[in-house]
Design a protein around this ligand. Structure first.
Ligand code: ADP
Length: 155
């Protein structure tokens, strides 16, 4: 069975992440969207909210599950018997950053990192842009799935 994790902070999940996960479904039997918990990082949305946004976005997709983890990503992969890490690439900065991490992870384990190139429609989207828009009172609903935009509208 081909099992992958898609790790990230997902603060919040965006249509860019959704695009990569949906395309990844065709490559893997199961994808665990893995929210990494970093105690030193400040988040806009609570862990519970970030998890629920993802669960609600994929409620009808049984190949996608959502989990949280701490520690090294490769250790988490081993603990749940996932052999692949799925990542998205938007630009040369992503490439350089991801290359170093993927090569380091390859030295630490047999886990293979698989990259999907961002789709043109979503290549400009990042969680940090969404957070900037929200912090300044703007409307970010076209950049995020319904599960996130509906929760924003309730505020
Ligand atoms: P991190 O907290 O590690 O930066 P993110 O939540 O920002 O994690 O992103 C997780 C993964 O999703 C990364 O591989 C990132 O490159 C990818 N990603 C984020 N936005 C997009 C996008 N618009 N198109 C393609 N991949 C994306």
């Amino acid at each position: 069975m081909k099992k992958a994790i898609f790790p990230g902070s997902f603060d919040p999940i965006t249509l860019g992440h959704i695009d990569i996960i949906k395309r990844g479904i065709h490559l893997f039997d199961e994808i665990v969207v893995a929210i990494g918990i970093n105690a030193d990082k400040k988040y806009l949305f609570s862990l519970e909210k970030r998890k629920k946004f993802i669960q609600d976005a994929f409620s009808s997709e049984d190949k996608i599950t959502v989990e949280t983890y701490t520690g090294l990503t490769v250790d988490y992969c081993k603990s749940i018997k996932a052999n692949f890490i799925l990542r998205g690439l938007r630009n040369p900065a992503d490439f350089e950053f991801e290359k170093a991490i993927a090569q380091a992870n390859g030295k630490l384990s047999n886990i293979e990192t698989v990259f999907l190139l961002t789709s043109p429609e979503t290549s400009f989207i990042s969680s940090s842009i969404v957070r900037d828009i929200l912090k300044n009172g703007g409307d970010a609903s076209i950049l995020v799935p319904k599960s996130v935009s509906e929760s924003l509208n309730k505020k």
